[in-house]
Design a protein around this ligand. Structure first.
Ligand code: CMC
Length: 429
């Protein structure tokens, strides 16, 4: 039988090493024994962007990028999107199993009863300029929650940990909605525990003067689906930040703010905003070929296309496309959808994109749904951060319980100047 080991010959010394292979990986620390001479530090791997480094074992999300497969805790995303709700999926992702009827009712009740935010947070949001980017406001507000719950620094008490988990999931929609209302110059709506989690969110966002706000069932279901699709995506940039900050045993609100900050970048969670701006810039389907040529000349990227992991159609994109159709039946047709469809068709028929396995990703259609709901583009990343909070939490909990995890502290290859003496100011060129 073949041995599950790797034999490495160091051509500098002629010495051979046999290293165990476990679950398709070798341990980076096993390379440290490989030394060119006595005083040598030992071999390390060099992996900018951590593109080929497994930083953890995880039982949360399974992705098979080449086949376009995504599972949460073993359940296919397609089945969850069809049958589950956001809060039920959140429970599954964090605790590992689908809740019983009783567990689900208790979970929904608990979250509904923690959805109000302290007036300090409300005042903080009001203190920002009306045109402050909603993501900056969201990040600051989430970070500020740690000022209200200093006990959150105790990350070893299971009851306290559970309380912070509930608080985070309960309060992020309220913060998102208050941010949006402030941005628009409208008074806030408080959460309503007579509605579902997303019904209350829709009410906080959109209620104007009506006494009884009824969330539209199609929009509520669409948000459920969109939120489920965004819950987790294993070790992406923001999740890595959540785990990295968490590894220093900082409180979860501070870690959450860091993760949200990572999501804010246009190569990660702000791609949905960039997609919408790109579609607006293209303007109409006949301008698509010229735009594609520009991208191929290296003048910008096709936003919402390509993925570090999926080298096939992003399974979330297929579901979002269907959800978009249901939403447009309620909100009316959006002309940017025609541009998006034409762009997708043209890119998938073009060798530049096909040969690089560039397919639409989750951000390609999500922005169109949010635009159809009349949300401004700069709010889209917040709409990503709210459900992703669940994934960040699940990954944080898993990290804290993993005895193998340590303070995150990568190595570097120093390429700077050799040792040199300090030069006083009057002697410098
Ligand atoms: N448009 C045009 N060309 C692209 C694109 C794109 N969207 N993405 C990658 N390429 C090209 C790239 O120029 C390179 O070509 P070449 O080999 O000729 O130099 C090749 O494809 C490989 O690109 P890469 O940058 O090495 O690939 P990566 O795995 O590092 O990038 C990515 C992944 C998501 C950063 C990238 O595809 C991208 O910038 N996409 C647009 C932004 C976007 O939609 N981001 C959302 C990602 S999904 C949600 C999330 O996870 O947050």
């Amino acid at each position: 039988m073949a041995k599950e080991t790797l034999t490495i010959t160091d051509n500098r010394t002629g010495q051979s090493y046999e290293i165990p292979i476990q679950m398709g990986t070798i341990r980076a620390m096993d390379l440290r024994q490989i030394k060119a001479n006595e005083g040598d530090f030992g071999l390390m791997t060099y992996d900018p962007g951590l593109t080929n480094t497994a930083s953890t074992k995880s039982a949360i999300t399974f992705i098979e990028g080449d086949k376009g497969i995504l599972h949460y805790r073993g359940y296919p995303i397609e089945q969850l999107a069809e049958h589950s709700t956001f809060l039920e999926t959140a429970y599954l992702v964090i605790y590992g199993e689908l809740p019983t009827r009783q567990e689900l009712a208790a979970w929904e009740f608990e979250i509904a009863h923690h959805s109000m935010v302290h007036t300090n947070i409300q005042n903080l949001i009001q203190a920002f300029r009306y045109d402050a980017h909603p993501m900056s406001v969201f990040i600051s507000s989430v970070a500020s929650l740690s000022t209200l719950y200093p006990e959150a620094r105790n990350i070893t008490d299971p009851e306290l940990m559970r309380l912070q988990i509930v608080r985070m999931i309960a309060k992020v929609p309220t913060i998102a909605a208050y941010t949006y209302r402030h941005n628009q110059g409208w008074p806030i709506n408080r959460p309503d525990d007579g509605l579902s989690y997303l019904g209350s969110f829709l009410r906080m966002m959109f209620r104007m003067t009506e006494v009884h706000f009824e969330p539209h069932p199609v929009l509520e279901r669409a948000l459920n689906v969109l939120f489920m699709l965004h819950v987790d995506h294993e070790q992406n940039c923001s999740t890595t930040v959540m785990r990295t900050i968490g590894s220093s045993q900082a409180d979860p609100y501070s870690a959450l703010a860091g993760a949200a900050a990572a999501l804010y970048g246009p190569l990660h969670g702000a791609a949905n905003e960039a997609v919408l701006r790109m579609l607006e810039q293209i303007g109409s389907p006949e301008n698509v070929p010229a735009f594609i040529e520009k991208v191929k000349r290296g003048e910008g990227r096709l936003m919402g296309f390509g993925h570090r992991i999926y080298k096939n159609y992003d399974p979330r994109c297929r579901i979002i496309k269907k959800t978009a159709e249901a939403v447009f039946e309620v909100t009316g047709h959006n002309k940017l959808l025609d541009v998006a469809l034409e762009l997708e068709k043209a890119a998938l028929a073009d060798d530049y994109f096909v040969s690089r396995s560039l397919y639409p990703n989750v951000d390609f259609y999500s922005g169109l749904i949010y635009r159809a709901m009349n949300l401004p583009a700069n709010l889209f990343t917040v709409m990503f951060a709210v459900p992703r909070t669940v994934g960040w939490i699940a990954q944080w909990v898993e990290m804290l319980k993993d005895p193998e995890q340590k303070l995150a502290r990568p190595r570097q290859v120093y390429i700077g100047r050799e040792l040199r003496p300090y030069v006083s100011l009057d002697k410098r060129g």
